[in-house]
Design a binder for this molecule. Structure first.
Ligand code: NAP
Length: 288
């Protein structure tokens, strides 16, 4: 598995496995076990997914040494603030039954995330987290935190797929040495992602699937990807992106698909902010 070096020198697998909306703990443990057996070495969870326990169980039973795996979790908006984040981290570590975490992210730029960041900086310096980062931070929030924090984020996890390419934001992340990581790399299939004629045509020419073209396009632009699937055949398919290369013309064709707006989550939209805060009272995992 190809890795990307974070700005603190930690090597992160460029492709990983996400477990959002796998809320049944048995299904989640099985999926993570299969993903690890298939070859994934990065697992992406979050306290709000309520499946950290299953991820920890799968990791422990995998037979792969903990040091060869890279596990990410995230502090949600109700876990922001210096004290709350310290407690949240302990809870996450307890759920996973780990003594350290590889990557801890601020899930959304809401609430007292500066207090949260100070707690994360301390935990990082104490060696309890190997890398710290953010998620859903648009460029203004990235620049602000880079000016004010002692330690710059190492990763920004964002909605990134052919219909929302965010090239201008990627350029700013590059400037600060922050690795972009694509959540919902398939936009969960929305907008006809898997049947898009441009993507299908490129896939046919390479003897690959549309899913593989989408993931390969993102990794070729320096993005880390964390596709989710509960089907082992798709887990294998999604890992089969390391034996071919898209041409400059393929990349150009894919660039024409950009709609320049999110399909999944717009953290700037007032109704979305209400929805995220209301989610805390009504924790049905739908489309965070
Ligand atoms: N930071 C954040 O705010 C945030 C938000 C959302 C997600 N995430 C992370 O990003 C990960 C990925 O995002 P996501 O799960 O929302 O969406 P996604 O990876 O874009 O799409 C997952 C969907 O695509 C299907 N799928 C997977 N591989 C496929 C293939 N090769 N062919 C056809 N269909 C395929 C899956 O179905 P099956 O499972 O039935 O195969 C599932 O319905 C999450 O699991 C989570 O870890 C982070």
């Amino acid at each position: 598995m190809q890795t990307i070096k974070l700005h603190n020198g930690v090597e992160m697998p460029q492709e990983g496995f996400g477990v959002f909306q796998v809320s049944d703990l048995k299904v989640c443990e099985q999926a993570v076990s299969e993903a690890i057996a298939t070859g994934y070495r990065l697992i992406d969870t979050a306290s709000s997914y309520r499946n950290e326990m299953a991820v920890g169980d799968a990791v422990r039973k995998s037979g792969v040494s903990r040091g060869d795996l890279f596990v990410t979790s995230k502090a949600f908006i109700n876990e922001m603030g210096y004290e709350h984040t310290k407690e949240a981290f302990q809870r996450t570590l307890g759920n996973l039954c780990f003594d350290y975490l590889d990557l801890y992210l601020i899930h959304m730029p809401f609430g007292d995330y500066y207090g949260a960041w100070r707690a994360m900086e301390e935990l990082y310096k104490e060696g309890r987290i190997r890398a710290i980062g953010v998620s859903n931070f648009q460029s203004d929030r990235i620049i602000d935190i880079c000016y004010t924090a002692e330690i710059k984020p190492m990763v920004n996890q964002l909605e990134l797929h052919p219909f929302y390419q965010r090239e201008d934001e990627l350029a700013i992340l590059r400037e600060y040495g922050i690795v972009p990581q694509a959540w919902a790399p398939f936009a969960e299939g929305m907008n006809g992602m898997f049947t898009n004629p441009v993507l299908k045509n490129i896939a046919e020419r390479h003897g690959k699937t549309v899913a593989q073209i989408i993931l390969r396009w993102n990794v070729q632009r320096g993005v880390s990807v964390i596709p989710k699937s509960v089907h082992q055949s798709r887990m294998e398919e999604n890992l089969g992106i390391w034996d071919f290369e898209l041409s400059a013309e393929d990349m150009r064709l894919i660039s024409t698909l950009d709609l320049s707006h999110p399909l999944m989550l717009d953290p700037r939209k007032p109704s979305e902010v209400h929805r995220l805060f209301n989610y805390l009272d009504n924790p049905v995992l739908t489309s965070l």
